[in-house]
Design a protein around this ligand. Structure first.
Ligand code: BTN
Length: 333
């Protein structure tokens, strides 16, 4: 697990504005010698922070960062959200925000965790989620549903829709969804959702909903992602995207969506998914536990299961990994 001294964290705070600071100025601000500044800079590289050192000018982060601000986020939430948020933790470093909430207690609701960096960010199907410092949004929330596990079919799709709506509110209009819960833009992955069930007791279940959105991926981090990906800064042609504002929109939309889902299940989300479904009428291969199914994706059902038309008829898929094949087919969806 990566750890940072309070002085290194203070150093990040100073450098976050993207300006040059000489070793002498940094030393003065931190109350340490110039040599000690250099030592404090070294561990920042383990967090994928790129630091330029220029003779005569000093040190500079390769890009300015808007650090997460828990006070701002809490203060900017809608009153409906605030009623449902019991705690918000904004961490500099964590293994995984999902794991962090799991450690708090399996039976909690309304706890939020955001982090600047995840050392073991988790993706679906045991994958790693690339989580460089201060670059993207890594957010998890615990929630209690007044229904058993069987009643939360479609939850991950509903959460992905909440993310799409939040992104639309801040100006990103062309995001589509790939079953079961991936956010895409032009065949490149922008974000994803990882839901973990932590407890089930009579007629209720507890989950941790984790989501990752690529906001401004550092250049070096792209190379470590194993599929075509994109970030919001690219969609905005390099323009600034406020992670704090985005977090507020996402939390508000998520809480609204979770309350609706608890009351009505996936039904109200179903038509919205169909309007955003990037797989519809595409020739696809679905892989699950080593079994491959090929066919044409025909949307999802009212429980969020993927519908595939094959030569043997229609299949409902509840879990699996979908890839698109490039062959011609009829349009139905
Ligand atoms: C996917 O594979 O598409 C799901 C990615 C989910 C990543 C998020 S980042 C915040 C939360 N913490 C984790 O370790 N994973 C999720």
């Amino acid at each position: 697990m990566v750890s940072l001294s309070p002085k290194s964290l203070q150093l990040i705070d100073i450098l976050a504005d993207g300006r040059f600071y000489s070793g002498a100025v940094l030393g003065e601000k931190l109350g340490v010698t110039r040599g000690a500044v250099w030592k404090l800079l070294k561990p920042l590289q383990d967090l994928d922070l790129e630091i330029h050192a220029v003779r005569g000018k000093g040190y500079q982060l390769s890009m300015a960062m808007e650090l997460l601000d828990g006070q701002f986020i809490l203060g900017a939430l809608s009153s409906a959200s605030r009623v449902n948020v019991s705690k918000i933790d904004v961490l500099s470093l964590v293994d995984s925000t999902n794991e962090y909430l799991k450690r708090q207690s399996p039976k909690k609701s309304g706890q939020l965790c955001l982090a600047e960096f995840q050392s073991h960010g988790k993706g679906r199907r045991g994958r790693n989620w690339v989580s460089p410092f201060g670059a993207n949004l890594y957010l998890s929330m615990s929630w209690r549903f007044n229904k058993g596990i069987a009643g939360i079919n479609g939850l991950s799709a509903a959460v992905a829709l909440c993310l799409v709506e939040a992104l639309e509110q801040v100006g990103f209009k062309q995001i589509v969804l790939k079953w079961p819960n991936d956010l895409f833009w032009e065949n490149r992955k922008l974000g994803g959702v990882l839901i973990e069930i932590t407890a089930e007791v009579v007629d209720s279940c507890f989950v941790i909903i984790g989501m990752g959105i690529n906001v401004r991926m550092p250049v070096a981090a792209w190379r470590t992602i194993d599929q075509p990906a994109v970030d919001l800064a690219t969609l905005r042609h390099g323009g600034h995207v406020s992670r704090n504002q985005l977090a507020v929109r996402i939390i508000n939309q998520l809480i609204k969506g979770l309350i609706l889902f608890d009351q009505q299940g996936f039904t109200p989300f179903y038509p919205l998914w169909l309007s955003r479904d990037m797989l519809c009428d595409q020739a696809v291969t679905v892989e699950n536990a080593g079994v491959l199914i090929q066919g044409i994706a025909r949307g999802i059902d009212q429980n969020g299961a993927l519908l595939i038309e094959t030569t043997q008829g229609r299949h409902k898929i509840v879990s699996g990994e979908v890839s698109i094949r490039s062959v011609s087919h009829d349009t139905v969806c």
